[in-house]
Design a protein around this ligand. Sequence first.
Ligand SMILES: C[S@@+](CC[C@H](N)C(=O)[O-])C[C@H]1O[C@@H](n2cnc3c(N)ncnc32)[C@H](O)[C@@H]1O
Length: 263
Amino acid sequence: MAATDASPMFQAGGAAYDGFMGRYARPLAPRFADAAGVTAGQRALDVGCGPGALTTELVARLGAGAVAAVDPSPPFVAACAARHPGVDVQAGRAEAIPHRDHAFDVALAQLVLHFVGDPAAAARELRRVVRPGGTIAACVWDFAEGMQMLRLFWDAAVAIDPSAPDEARVLRFGRAGEIAGLFADAGLQAIDEKLLDVEAAYDDFDALWAGFLAGVGPAGAYCVALPAAQRDRLRDDLARRLGPRQGGFTLAARARCVRATAP
Ligand SMILES: C[S@@+](CC[C@H](N)C(=O)[O-])C[C@H]1O[C@@H](n2cnc3c(N)ncnc32)[C@H](O)[C@@H]1O
């Protein structure tokens, strides 16, 4: 499989991502890095880096020269490289990481595993590129209950179209034990699962809706592909579910994070 990604849902630029999932990925990054025990002196790999929410946190902790990042989306690779001079940013997939064995102390995948075509191969690759005793960590949203933005969106979408691809139904790794099971199957040790909570602020409903219209991720791709009349119904139903909120609002998000050790 090619190192670059033709998936239309990740072909928007870094700015489009920032206004949608970046609102949550940025505050998640320090919590995820803490949970993975990222500390000065380590070499770290950010797998599925996107425009670089986690890369930014890794650079702040470790310095650009100690950080590498890979992603299959050409616009995200370009955005991450432009935002992080000195970081080794490459096109690549989690299933075939373009780095040598044992090159890193820690390998991290923030909000990525649910998009990976062959998660077992990705887990083997994460293990391969980390030194013995090093750390592998991944986190994925709790789509069913813990991610208000996506929950509100998909509840509204399914109410209009019962076949809408609710991420809680179609994506893996948001439920307890799923990442841990993947890591156990890859022979990883000392597997520890915890929940990470963040929130994002919006000035008004239009700021929330603009995120979906950017076409990023499964929700954005679904939204922009709808006929205009159905998209308008979805917007109105989403606004109704959000309720009357004055002067901006915040939405909460919960990620399931698993940390493990390479044998
Ligand atoms: C929700 S974004 C997360 C980006 C970033 N880690 C963050 O926290 O903001 C999902 C990312 O996974 C990447 N991705 C999709 N398939 C992948 C694969 N097979 N291997 C590695 N990354 C992949 C996408 O290109 C996208 O950048």
